[in-house]
Design a protein around this ligand. Structure first.
Ligand SMILES: NC(=O)c1ccc[n+]([C@@H]2O[C@H](COP(=O)([O-])OP(=O)(O)OC[C@H]3O[C@@H](n4cnc5c(N)ncnc54)[C@H](O)[C@@H]3O)[C@@H](O)[C@H]2O)c1
Length: 351
């Protein structure tokens, strides 16, 4: 048996509902009637974050150029208290105008694809590094607090797993590199201008309206149930985290003084090989004995890391954040939501 296959390491999940009600009440106090900007709000994670912020009573401004985002995501949000500004993070003037009365900026807009970055490194740099510099500059002028969305790709092929935040960054893709540069700008603005900024290194997020390997498998299996092509050897292993857990990390760290100037991993604290993931999905779809796996072999694509596995002890200790949804439950949840909404995944340039 492939040693990666059964590698599902678990972290205890928080299931105390009175604690989550208390958390919700506290967050409502912070966000109700405040103005917040969400760059990249028309994207996958942006949609889920905006939905949460609107539920908490915030006035939400989405700033997005719709390059990979979807205007349907904006249409599907409650429109009262929501404003959409079509703009580019490379346009400092328009960005400053958007964030001028905002207390918080959640900066998610990005060129978010590893393979695309390997073909378009200049565009990747302009959007991810310069775009973040522009967000920092507007926050400095307007006194807003930033949550910056970084990525596990900054670690590249980490020597230590689970990987803690103080592990050296050694990206193996332009995407990881541009996010590293953006993180450095965040540190610089925090240290030299006192800009309040929290950096979240998100691992593999999944959920409704998402992209990546999980929706890729689901749509392939929907088309052809008896055959599933896996890119690479299938031994590559990923730390998957549900979008709802990522959103909780966003809002918790935005309101925490302790988080100011900090970097946090946001993952499940578990890892699973892509082959084991494929088998899990096949079982959940009742396709065991029906679907055969095929592997393309080698590296799935340029810049793809072999293994990601977050050490999440820092965010647990500082913010009492824990993932609530285990992978199997999250995928079951996704399948039933898809059945209910009849939603198909977006076609995407990326993993
Ligand atoms: N989804 C994940 O697994 C994951 C993992 C790690 C980090 N992240 C980071 O989280 C953030 C959100 O990721 P996502 O999965 O929702 O990606 P996404 O591609 O769905 O969303 C990105 C959004 O940014 C917008 N955008 C792109 N370039 C822009 C520009 N120049 N100006 C304005 N808007 C622009 C897009 O139109 C899109 O709506 C990104 O910063 C990404 O790098 C995501």
């Amino acid at each position: 048996m492939n040693p990666f296959d059964e590698r599902i390491l678990t972290t205890p999940c928080l299931s105390d509902s009175s604690a989550s009600t208390r958390e919700e009440r506290k967050l409502r106090k912070v966000f109700e009637d405040t103005y917040v900007a969400v760059t990249g709000g028309a994207g996958f994670l942006g949609f889920h974050l905006c939905k949460k912020l609107l539920e908490l009573g915030a006035n939400v401004k989405i700033y997005d150029n719709l390059s990979t985002g979807n205007s349907k995501n904006i249409d599907d949000l409650t429109q009262k208290k929501l404003e959409f500004i079509r703009g580019d993070v490379r346009d400092l003037g328009a960005l400053e105008n958007c964030v001028k009365n905002c207390e918080f900026i959640f900066h998610l807009a990005a060129q978010s694809s590893v393979p695309y970055s390997m073909i378009h490194p200049t565009e990747d740099f302009e959007v991810n590094a310069r775009g973040t510099l522009n967000v920092l500059e507007s926050a400095r002028k307007k006194g807003a607090r930033i949550v910056f969305t970084s990525t596990s790709a900054v670690y590249g092929n980490a020597e230590k797993t689970p990987t803690p935040e103080d592990h050296p960054t050694q990206p193996i893709s332009f995407y990881g590199l541009s996010k590293c540069v953006a993180e450095d700008y965040c540190r610089f603005y925090h240290k030299n201008y006192g800009v309040e900024v929290v950096v979240l290194r998100i691992f593999n997020a999944y959920g409704l309206r998402g992209h990546g390997v999980i929706p890729d498998f689901l749509s392939k299996l929907k088309r052809i149930p008896h055959k599933l092509e896996v890119l690479g050897t299938g031994e590559q292993s990923r730390d998957f985290i549900h979008a709802s857990d990522v959103v909780r990390a966003f809002v918790l760290c935005a309101q925490s003084q302790k988080a100011d100037g900090e970097v946090y991993n946001v993952g499940s604290g578990t890892t699973i090989s892509v082959t084991a993931l494929a088998k899990m999905i096949i079982a959940l779809l009742n396709l065991r004995g029906v679907t055969k796996l095929f592997f393309t072999g080698g590296q799935a694509w340029a810049g793809d890391a072999k293994l990601t596995h977050a050490d999440i002890s820092k965010i647990i200790g500082d913010l009492n954040w824990r993932p609530l949804l285990k992978l199997k439950d999250g995928i079951e949840n996704l399948l039933s939501q898809k059945r209910d909404t009849g939603q198909s995944q977006r076609s995407c340039r990326c993993e």
